[in-house]
Ligand binder design. Structure first.
Ligand code: PRP
Length: 209
């Protein structure tokens, strides 16, 4: 299966991404930008969702239209993915939100799971994993592993910035998972931070840097 990696070149995405990278952007503004860019990325990631034909009565008569047929699960990877939930959820208010808590071990850079919460009998057609940063790719691969273990069959990854290495690791491990991003940066430093990236997306949102 050919992995699908979508890097969004839309001017609004690139404008917001640049403001997010700017070290002068404070946590309030950073959270606002993350919420907004997540909606734009979700616009692209939802382009193939199934709709059914319907009709409604406008004040002027019957109008043909569509309603969304698919039930979506939004799966933020804690902490940084939390900032992508609200905007996307507002676009699809019937979505479910499942949480996966992963933190990277500072020495090995491998993800450690510390939390997960989903419904007892989950019924969704497609899961969107939300995490602004795809660095080594360890967290994204672990999140998709967990979702597949829960029985999810269609999964998409929505991020903001990736390192080329992380994209490679995710596509190798899960070639069936399309990836949607605003940028792929070239480098990862020894601490696992994307260069130039935007710093630590969790710290920048929550003011813990
Ligand atoms: C960061 C980031 C991703 C992960 C990416 O989270 O938000 O979840 O690292 O790195 P990887 O691709 O190498 O796994 P972190 O572990 O710093 O936790 P936080 O979101 O709570 O700050």
């Amino acid at each position: 299966m050919e992995p699908q990696v979508h890097v969004l070149t839309h001017p609004l995405v690139q404008h917001k991404l640049t403001l997010m990278r700017d070290q002068r952007t404070d946590p309030k503004k950073f959270r606002e930008l993350l919420r907004e860019i997540a909606v734009l990325i979700a616009y692209e990631a939802t382009a193939d969702l199934a709709v059914g034909a319907t009709s409604v009565m406008s004040p002027m008569g019957s109008a043909a239209g569509y309603d969304l047929k698919e039930h979506v699960g939004l799966v933020p990877i804690l902490r940084a993915g939390l900032g992508m939930v609200e905007g996307v959820w507002n676009m699809m208010p019937n979505s479910e939100v499942w949480h996966i808590g992963l933190r990277r071990d500072e020495r090995t850079l491998e993800p450690v799971q510390y939390y997960s919460r989903r419904p007892v009998s989950p019924v969704v057609d497609v899961c969107f994993v939300l995490d602004p940063m795809l660095a080594t790719g360890g967290s994204a691969v672990a999140a998709v592993d967990i979702l597949k273990g829960w029985g999810a069959e269609r999964i998409k990854f929505l991020g903001v910035i990736a390192a080329a290495e992380g994209v490679k690791r995710l596509t190798n491990a899960h070639p069936d998972v399309p990836i949607f991003l605003a940028a792929i940066d070239e480098q990862l430093n020894e601490a696992g931070l994307i260069i130039p990236g935007l710093g630590d997306a969790g710290d920048r949102q929550f003011g813990t840097g």
